[in-house]
Design a protein around this ligand. Structure first.
Ligand code: BES
Ligand code: MN
Ligand code: ZN
Length: 472
C-alpha cells in the first residue's frame, strides 16, 4: 500500500483559504502579524496564490492560499490540490472556505503522485490533515486506484507487455479473493479470433484476461478495457509523432482496473467482472494485413481496412464475451480514437450509450465529482459508412468523418444482451499539469462511473461485512 499523504490525527499548521471578495474581512479576522504580513506582500488571493506567513520566532504561523474570484475558470474544486506541490514540508490542515472538502483532499492526494520507477522521485514530505467529514477509506482507495492506473500507463512498453498487464490485474483480484483466467497466444485463435489477429504480429503473446469477483447471484457489472500495450499502427504504421505516446494505449485497461479496485475496496454488492484483451500491435512477418478478413467471436466477419484501428477489433471480441451473460451494466474504456481528442480535447472524454437514464446519471456524477465526460451520439445513419464489399463489416470508413462515433458504432454491433452498455473513448493522458492532475498517464472517467455504479448498487445499510465471495 503506497504511503498516502493524508490522515486525521496530525498536529498541523493552518492553510487559510481566501477569496479576493472575502480577503479584507478575512485578514481583519486573522488580525495581528498575519494580516500585516499578507498586506505587506500585496497578497490578492488570486487562484493558486500561496504565501507562507512567519511567526515571531521565525517559524511558520500558517499559509494563505488564494481561491480566485467566483467565475474564474481556475477556481475549481481541485485547485487546493496545488498545496501538495506548493506548501513547505510539514503537516497542514485547511481552515476556511472550500468548494468541497472531499474533492480538495482528493486533489491533494492526486497531485502528490510521483512516478519513481526509473529514477529517485521521492514524494514531498507534505501531509494534509483530513476534516472528519471525509471518508478516509473511500478517499484512500480512490487515490491508490488512480496512482495504480497512472503507474501502469506511465510504464513504457518495454517493461509492460501483455503478461505484465495480466500480472497487475491478478494482483488486484487475487488480493480481494477474486479469480482470474487467461487465454494466451494460439489458444485465442478459435474463441477470440480478432484478439489473436491483432496480437499475432508481436513476439509477446496476446492474452484475454478475464477476472471475476463476488457471488454470482448478484447483479453483474462488467468492465472491459482496451489493453494495447503499444500501438505502432501495425503495417499501417503510425508516424513518429503519432507513435510517440502509444505506450498509453492500454489506458482503458489501466482505468478499468482502477475502477475495479475501487469497487472491490468499497465491497459493493455486485458480481464484478473485468475483461481485458491485452495485445501489442506490432509490425512483423506475422502481422495482420490491410485487406485481411477475420471472423469475430460473435460471428460477423470483419474486413481490416486499417490495421491501426486495432482497438475496436480486440474490444469487439471482449465485448462479445461480456455480452454472453447479459450483464446488468457493461462499461468499456478505451483510448480508441484520435478523433475523440479532435472533437473534445484531451480532458473531456466522450461517452456513448443508448440508455438515456444512464447517460443522465453519468453526466450528473461527472459534474459532482469533477471528473468530466461528455455524451456523444450513437448516430445510426452513419452505421452504413462501415459497410464492406466482401465482409459483414469493415473496421474503418473511408472519408474521415465522425471517427469517434464510427468506432462506437462498430463496438455497438457486438453488444446485444447487456441491459445497459456505455463506451468511453478516453485519452488517458494529461499533456500539461493542472491541479490534482500531474503531466502523464491519467485515469479518466472512473470516479464518475464509480458514483453511478455505487448509486445503482448501494451497500445495504447496517449489514455486517460479508465473508469472502464464493467461487464462481
Ligand atoms: N490508439 C489509437 C487512438 C489514439 C491515438 C488515441 C492518439 C489517443 C491518441 C487507435 O488505435 C488508432 O490508431 N485509431 C485510429 C483509427 C483510424 C485508423 C480509423 C485513429 O484515431 O487515427
Ligand atoms: Mn491504432
Ligand atoms: Zn490503439
Amino acid at each position: 500500500m503506497p504511503f498516502l499523504p493524508l490522515d486525521f490525527d496530525l498536529t498541523s499548521l493552518p492553510v487559510w483559504t481566501v477569496t479576493p471578495e472575502g480577503l479584507a474581512a478575512r485578514l481583519d479576522e486573522l488580525g495581528g502579524s498575519v494580516a500585516a504580513f499578507a498586506r505587506a506582500c500585496g497578497f490578492e488571493a488570486t487562484a493558486g496564490a500561496l504565501i507562507v506567513v512567519p511567526d515571531a520566532e521565525g517559524g511558520i504561523a500558517g499559509a494563505l492560499f488564494g481561491l480566485g474570484r467566483r467565475g474564474d475558470p481556475a477556481r475549481t474544486p481541485f485547485l487546493p490540490g496545488r498545496l501538495a506541490t506548493l506548501l513547505p514540508p510539514g503537516d497542514w490542515h485547511i481552515d476556511g472556505p472550500l468548494e468541497d472538502e472531499t474533492l480538495a483532499a482528493l486533489a491533494f492526494g492526486l497531485e502528490a503522485y510521483r512516478f519513481g520507477r526509473y529514477r529517485d522521485a521521492p514524494q514531498r514530505a507534505v501531509r494534509l490533515r483530513l476534516p472528519i467529514s471525509v471518508d478516509r477509506n473511500r478517499l484512500g482507495a480512490t487515490i491508490e486506484a488512480v496512482w495504480l492506473a497512472r503507474d501502469l500507463i506511465n510504464t513504457p512498453a518495454n517493461d509492460l507487455g501483455p503478461a505484465e498487464l495480466a500480472n497487475a490485474i491478478q494482483a488486484v483480484f487475487m488480493a480481494a479473493g477474486g479469480q482470474v483466467r487467461e487465454i494466451v497466444g494460439d489458444d485465442l485463435r478459435d474463441g477470440f479470433p480478432l484478439v489473436h489477429a491483432v496480437g499475432h504480429g508481436s513476439d509477446r503473446a496476446p492474452r484475454l484476461i478475464d477476472a471475476t469477483w463476488g457471488r454470482t447471484d448478484r447483479p453483474k457489472v462488467t468492465l472491459v478495457g482496451k489493453g494495447v500495450v503499444f500501438d505502432s499502427g501495425g503495417l499501417d504504421i503510425k508516424s513518429d509523432a503519432g507513435m510517440l505516446l502509444m505506450k498509453k494505449d492500454m489506458g482503458g485497461a489501466a482505468s478499468a482496473l482502477a475502477l475495479a479496485a475501487m469497487i472491490l475496496a468499497a465491497d459493493l454488492p455486485v458480481r464484478l467482472r473485468l475483461i481485458v484483451p491485452a495485445v501489442e500491435n506490432a509490425v512483423s512477418g506475422r502481422a495482420y494485413r490491410p485487406g485481411d478478413v477475420v471472423a469475430s467471436r460473435k460471428g460477423p466477419t470483419v474486413e481490416i481496412g486499417n490495421t491501426d484501428a486495432e482497438g475496436r477489433l480486440v474490444l469487439a471480441d471482449a465485448l462479445a464475451l461480456a455480452d454472453e451473460e447479459a450483464p446488468a451494466l457493461l462499461i468499456d474504456l478505451a483510448t480508441l480514437t484520435g478523433a475523440a481528442r479532435v472533437a473534445l480535447g484531451p480532458d473531456l472524454p466522450p461517452f456513448y450509450t443508448a440508455d438515456d437514464e444512464l447517460a443522465q446519471a453519468i453526466a450528473e456524477a461527472s459534474v459532482r465529482v469533477f471528473d468530466p465526460l461528455w455524451r456523444m451520439p450513437l448516430w445510426p445513419a452513419y452505421r452504413s459508412m462501415l459497410d464492406s464489399k466482401i465482409a459483414d463489416t469493415n473496421n474503418v470508413a473511408t472519408g474521415g468523418f465522425a471517427g469517434s462515433i464510427l468506432a462506437a458504432l462498430f463496438l455497438q454491433r457486438f453488444v446485444e444482451a447487456a441491459e445497459s452498455w456505455v463506451h468511453v473513448d478516453v485519452y488517458g493522458w494529461t499533456p500539461a499539469a493542472r491541479p490534482g492532475r500531474p503531466e502523464g498517464g491519467e485515469a479518466q472517467a472512473i470516479r464518475a462511473l464509480f458514483e453511478v455504479i455505487a448509486a445503482r448498487h448501494p451497500k445495504p445499510a447496517g449489514v455486517p461485512t460479508e465473508p469472502l465471495p464464493d467461487a464462481v
